[in-house]
Design a protein around this ligand. Structure first.
Ligand SMILES: [Zn+2]
Length: 200
């Protein structure tokens, strides 16, 4: 039987395919060997391939991500966990190297979102966390050096003046005073305004 060129080609192709199928490990090993020997060349080739097929690769990756959302999320999570230290260091260095630029961006952002930022701040100031932040900030400013969480908890749940026992709830909130030792900055008592003024 005489084979036509077409048939010869097809036969060769089929034989090659079979060979590849039966020798995946071997071929992979050969490729690894080759790449090891030609690392630089391979790297250059890889770089060029990626450069030339940017769009296609991006599309392939996009499709893969779409099909593997869960997997991708898990992978990202694991990657972040494994590289926490590295990332923190990188971020720190980035911030240091780009201080001016970042500040500029921040300024621009505030300028362009003035009203929105005001609204966000206003909303935050009405939350429990916002109230706590505002009050503890004034304490810090006045020189309190203590466990702010603990002092705030005491301040929040104290209903009567520690000295005269008057009902603090009858007054407005500003009348409830955090009294601290001015010498060492440590918290002393929750007092009504009158007791606080007397103590000085
Ligand atoms: Zn009092």
């Amino acid at each position: 039987m005489v084979l036509t060129e077409e048939q010869k080609k097809a036969r060769k192709k089929e034989a090659n395919r079979k060979y590849r199928e039966n020798n995946t490990e071997k071929i992979r090993e050969q490729r690894r060997e080759y790449n090891k020997k030609n690392k630089e060349k391979a790297r250059e080739y890889d770089r060029k391939y990626r450069e030339d097929n940017k769009e296609q690769i991006r599309e392939t990756q996009r499709l893969w991500r779409e099909k593997n959302t869960e997997k991708k999320r898990e992978y990202d999570k694991k990657y972040r966990e494994d590289n926490k230290e590295k990332k923190m260091e990188y971020d720190k260095k980035y911030r240091e190297d780009n201080k001016e630029q970042i500040n500029e961006k921040k300024r621009d952002f505030y300028k362009n979102n003035k009203e929105k930022m005001k609204e966000v701040k206003r909303a935050y100031s009405k939350t429990d966390a916002g109230i706590k932040s505002r009050i503890t900030k004034t304490w810090k400013h006045r020189g309190l050096v203590d466990n702010f969480d603990k002092v705030y908890e005491r301040w929040e749940y104290t209903l009567f003046c520690d000295l005269c026992r008057c009902d603090l709830d009858q007054c407005t909130k500003s009348v409830k005073c955090m009294d601290h030792d001015h010498a060492n900055g440590l918290f002393r008592n929750i007092l009504c305004r009158s007791c606080n003024v007397k103590r000085g």
